[in-house]
Design a protein around this ligand. Structure first.
Ligand code: FAD
Length: 456
């Protein structure tokens, strides 16, 4: 008896329900398909491809240690799975459930094609989320639109046990595989991109549970302190299990672990929104009937935002961190998004697209719905709040260290004065070496936004 395990956003061996189910007294084909539709849809950008290459190498290495190996194919995912199943005479295929419109379509197509050939598809929950989307719902709807009541119910759901990695994996002989992709073959990857793979993820997880998590509540907003877990790419590619992370964090006491688990619940929250409203990836979740500035008219502002030259140091620092690392601190993401959508009044989709071009953790649910949250078209209960980049910078980067790190033109400025370089006069201003003046007055941006939203 042979089972195929189709890996998608779950590139790990620990705590992997599909592999556990398939591996019981059977031969297994661990399969990854470089799905043409995903590659063509704009999600296959250099930073994520490079991280993915690391993940696949590590997964293959882990399988080889257990007597198996990873089989890689390219093409249409349904055709490739059917081919592999036919070649190995597999009677079942295991897959992790996922939430995007594409994941739903993939699941439906796979089920139809496999059943037509007399094979079964098993879709497993709680692989890519801690709590399955739809498992908790309010009385009057198929999903929660507000986080706090969701979190209350989410916290009460008993989680399944964490599964150990299999000791051995037996792969049938003679299954052909393509070569694994390699990071070296991918160009224009961000210089400071993190390393991928389950081995790296697990060593980070152990260090985090012993150390950083304790101070998370106090330090998660400290831009320069960089004191968050940086697990987001690992959660995106599934090299860490959300169930395992929640279970293990709950064994550590204190406000740090509690705050950390709450953030993991945010991840599940957005997934249950997207699962119920797949259209929210592109359409306003709650329309404010915005008439955003045209992309053409705002093109100079958009370019300044993308390249980190808005004249607002904290926004520019965040945008440069994004380009350099393929990752950005959450507080930076909030400030950069508020600035684009509210201060510049540019459509959130323009910003979300740019983030997806660079973010190693770029994720339809988290990116699009966080953008909508910040643009006020999503689930924020105060949709018209505007973050002031100067006040916020003074609060979350009080000494200016984050800005100094990413905006070298300002490195000679000391203390919080760095957040308002336009206030400098004379020679001090002249010494700033090519740092731009603000592209918009904050009061002007605010007035435009208030007037636009005032129509509602
Ligand atoms: P930690 O603070 O250590 O949090 C632990 C984990 O909790 C994260 O890895 C993440 O999985 C989850 N988490 C934390 N904050 C959020 C949140 N607000 N919403 C959902 N999950 C959260 N996250 C992505 O994973 N992919 C994205 O594409 C993405 N785009 C974003 C775009 C905008 C405009 C904003 C405001 C936020 C976005 N986020 C996204 C959420 C958040 O910024 C990142 O998950 C977080 O910064 C990752 O760093 P970390 O792993 O150190 O987080």
């Amino acid at each position: 008896n042979v089972s195929v395990v189709l890996f998608t956003a779950d590139l790990r061996l620990h705590d992997h329900p599909p592999l556990r189910a398939a591996n019981e007294s059977r031969e297994v084909v661990p399969l990854f398909v470089r799905d043409r539709a995903v590659m063509d849809a704009g999600f296959a950008v250099p930073n994520r491809l490079a991280f993915l290459a690391d993940c696949l190498h590590d997964l293959d290495g882990g399988l080889r240690k257990r007597g198996g190996r990873l089989v890689v194919r390219s093409g249409d995912v349904v055709e490739e799975v059917c081919k592999v199943a036919a070649e190995t005479d597999a009677d079942e295929v295991h897959l992790a459930g996922d939430v995007s419109a594409y994941a739903h379509l993939r699941e439906r197509r796979l089920r139809r094609a496999l059943e037509a050939e007399g094979r079964r598809l098993h879709v497993h929950d709680t692989v890519t989320t801690a709590v399955t989307p739809g498992e908790v719902t309010p009385a009057s709807s198929d999903h929660f639109a507000v986080f706090t009541p969701y979190f209350r119910q989410w916290s009460g759901v008993p989680l399944r046990d964490v599964l150990a990695a299999p000791r051995t994996v037996r792969v049938p002989e003679g299954v052909g595989s393509e070569e694994l992709p390699s990071r070296a073959g991918i160009s224009v990857v961000s210089e400071g991109l993190a390393a991928g793979g389950e081995t790296e993820a697990r060593s980070r997880m152990c260090a985090w549970l012993r150390g950083g998590i304790g101070a998370y509540e106090d330090r998660h907003d400290d831009l320069a302190g960089d004191a968050t877990s940086r697990f987001s790419p690992h959660l995106h590619f599934g090299t860490l299990s959300p169930v395992e992370l929640v279970q293990r964090a709950r064994t550590v006491e204190g406000p740090g672990p509690e705050a950390f688990v709450r953030q993991l619940a945010w991840r599940d929250f957005h997934r249950q929104v997207l699962a119920a409203r797949p259209g929210a990836a592109t359409a306003d979740y709650r329309t404010k009937r915005d008439r955003w500035r045209s992309e053409y008219a705002a093109r100079a502002d958009i370019e300044a935002w993308k390249t980190g030259r808005t004249g607002y140091p904290v926004v520019d620092a965040a945008m440069r961190q994004l380009r350099h690392e393929g990752w950005m601190h959450n507080r930076g993401r909030l400030l950069a998004a508020s600035f684009l959508a509210k201060t510049l009044y540019v459509d959130w989709r323009v910003g979300a697209r740019h983030f997806l071009d660079l973010l190693v953790d770029g994720d339809v649910a988290n990116n699009q719905l966080n953008w909508q949250w910040m643009a006020g078209t999503g689930t924020d209960t105060r949709p018209n709040r505007v973050l002031n980049p100067v006040t916020q910078a003074k609060r979350y980067d009080p000494d200016g260290e984050y800005v100094r790190r990413w905006v070298p033109e300002l490195a000679s400025l000391e203390g919080p004065a760095i957040h308002e370089p336009w206030k400098l006069r004379g020679l001090d201003r002249a010494a700033l070496d090519d740092y731009p003046d603000p592209i918009v007055e904050l009061s002007e941006g605010l007035a435009r936004f208030k007037q636009a939203r005032g129509r509602d």
